[in-house]
Each structure stands twice: as C-alpha cells, then as structure tokens.
Write a protein that binds this ligand. Structure first.
Ligand SMILES: [Zn+2]
Ligand SMILES: [Zn+2]
Length: 327
C-alpha cells in the first residue's frame, strides 16, 4: 500500500510502498477514506514530541471502512464506517485507567505517534478505541472531529459553565468548539495572530461576539479561556483576560516555554490547567452531541502525496479550518 513515512524527525515525509498491515485478534483493518492533519502531527514531524515509532505513518484523525476483522472483533462488522482517534490503546490496569482517567494511562499508545496512523491507504486499529461515525457526516468532514473535535470538546468541558469564553488560536479545534459553545448559549471571544483578519472573519462567521489580536484585552472580563495555539506567551495574556475565579485551559500537546509572570495574574483563584489526550467517554459524549448542534467542519482536502505541503501550510497558519488528506 501507499503511505507517507516519517524516517526521522525534522525530515520530509517520503512516499513509500509498504506492506498492508495485518489486524491482530482485537484489531480491524480499515481502508482509509480521509485523514485530517492535526497540529500534533507537526510536533511529531518536527521532533518536539519524544520517541516516536520510526519509521512512522503519521495521522490520527482517520475515517474509513472496515475491510477485515481480527478473530476476536465483536463491536464492528466488515463494511462499517469507523473513526480512529489519537488514543489507540490503553492498558486497562494502571491506576489512571482504573480511575477513569485512561487519557493518562502509563502505557498508552497513540495513533500516528507510537502506532502507525492514517497518512496511508490502510491502517489497523484496536476495535475498542474506534468510534462509529454519525451518518450525517461525509468522510472528509468527519475526519477533523476525531481530534480537533474530541480534544476541543474535552477542553471545553474543563471550562465548566463559563459563559464568556475566550479562544486563543482559531484553527481546526477552535472552529468546532465555537459551534458547540454557541449551541450551549456561551459567548465566544476569538483571539488570533496579530492582523489575521481572515481568521477573525472566520470566527465571526461561526458566531463569535468579539474578535481581536491575542495581545489585546477583551471588552469585558472572561469567565474562561482555552489556548489552542502552541504559544506559551499566551498564558499570561489569557490569565489577564479572565475574571477572578476564571479558568485558563491549555488545549495543545506541546507549547513553547511559558514566560515568568506576576503572581497577581493567578491570584484570586484563577486556575491554569492542561488537557491531555482523550478518553473513550469523551468520544461517546461528543459523537452524540456533534450531530445535534450540528457541528459543521470547514475542510480543505488534499491528495495524500501532498502531505508535506499541507504540513508546511499548517506551520505557517495558511490552513482555513482543517486540512484533510484523501488517499
Ligand atoms: Zn493504563
Ligand atoms: Zn490531534
């Protein structure tokens, strides 16, 4: 099968013909219809996340159809359409797994990072970590739901019932979160790179009540803020923008170093936290909620062979909504 392979960090992906993977007892073999490109893929390719599987097929927002089942597969049948997310396997035994925090599993494996992912024609996945995809979503539009949607949802949940919600970095995750937040009756304040009027218009089209540059203060104090941009310097800015008792959630897997800042920004019971990975429960909840909103994704599709171009466009902030590779 054709796949885009990472041979070593900080090198371009290469187009390769590699053997089609064989499903083990609990795995399904999936013919990939679409795989969205996540900022985390950039962190893997750029060597910012340690110890990836090498060589690696990146990609963890996969939609496809099952063409073969391992002998113990029970949840799905051949022909079913499934989504394959970042969380690819957990041990089920460690204290995190047993305590309902499988996102923090000591031995977790991740699609497109420590397991081969979706920049290919086929992939295998443990059936226990796959999600059925609501029928109302075409393949390419469904793909970004698998990470931008799920991690965005988990980040939003961390803001509890915050009414005035800031979002820093208006890319794939933000454009999904904004729709859910609006559906829930919240107000969105969208912060973008300085002068990125295209992203600000995009945020307005999704219902943001205010848009501005990240350095500017919102017109009113916020109840919570989510930072999706991988920029540590946004943390003190977001803390400054939230009211007493407010929460700032860092939604990315990697961020540049945080600058030091006065304790005053955290004082008065402001909370700063991160979101790591996802649980299957997040996915079950999200895939019930998404069609009700209904969440609509804005996607740009590209042939699989253009993965390197897509990654550099994402790096430069030149992707509108979510980029999706189609084999
Ligand atoms: Zn575990
Ligand atoms: Zn992701």
């Amino acid at each position: 099968m054709r796949a885009m392979l990472l041979g070593a960090p900080r090198q371009p992906l290469r187009t390769n013909d590699i053997p089609q993977p064989k499903p083990n007892a609990k795995q399904v073999l999936v013919k990939i219809a679409a795989c969205a490109v996540c900022r985390t893929d950039l962190h893997v390719v750029d060597g910012e996340l340690p110890n990836p599987k090498l060589p690696l097929v990146p990609g963890h927002e996969i939609v496809g159809v099952i063409v073969e089942n391992g002998k113990d597969v029970q949840r799905f049948k051949i022909g079913d359409r499934v989504g394959i997310p970042w969380l690819g396997w957990t041990c089920g035994e460690c204290e995190f797994c047993r305590g309902g925090h499988e996102n923090l599993c000591d031995r977790a494996r991740f699609t497109g990072y420590t397991l081969d992912g979706g920049y290919a024609e086929f992939t295998v996945a443990d059936e226990r970590f796959c999600f059925p995809i609501p029928a109302s979503y075409p393949d390419a539009e469904a793909a970004p739901l698998l990470c931008a949607g799920l991690i965005g949802y988990r980040s939003l949940a961390k803001t509890a019932n915050a009414k005035r919600l800031g979002i820093y970095g208006f890319g794939a995750a933000a454009h999904i979160v904004a729709q859910i937040a609006k559906f829930q009756g919240r107000e969105i304040f969208a912060f973008t790179r300085r002068g990125d009027s295209e992203a600000q218009e995009f945020a307005k089209s999704l219902g943001a009540v205010w848009t501005g540059d990240s350095e500017t203060m919102p017109p009113v104090p916020l109840d919570a803020a989510i930072i999706f941009a991988p920029v540590g310097a946004l943390v003190p800015l977001a803390l400054r923008a939230v009211a007493k008792g407010g929460t700032v959630v860092c939604g990315g897997i990697h961020m540049s170093d945080l600058p030091s800042f006065p304790y005053d920004l955290l004082w008065q019971e402001r909370t700063l936290c991160s979101v790591a990975n996802l649980t299957r429960r997040d996915g079950d909840e999200f895939f019930v909620l998404a069609p009700k909103v209904p969440v609509r994704t804005t996607v740009q599709t590209f042939p699989l062979a253009e993965a390197n171009t897509v990654l550099s466009r994402l790096r430069n902030g030149q992707i509108h909504g979510a980029a999706v590779l189609v084999p």
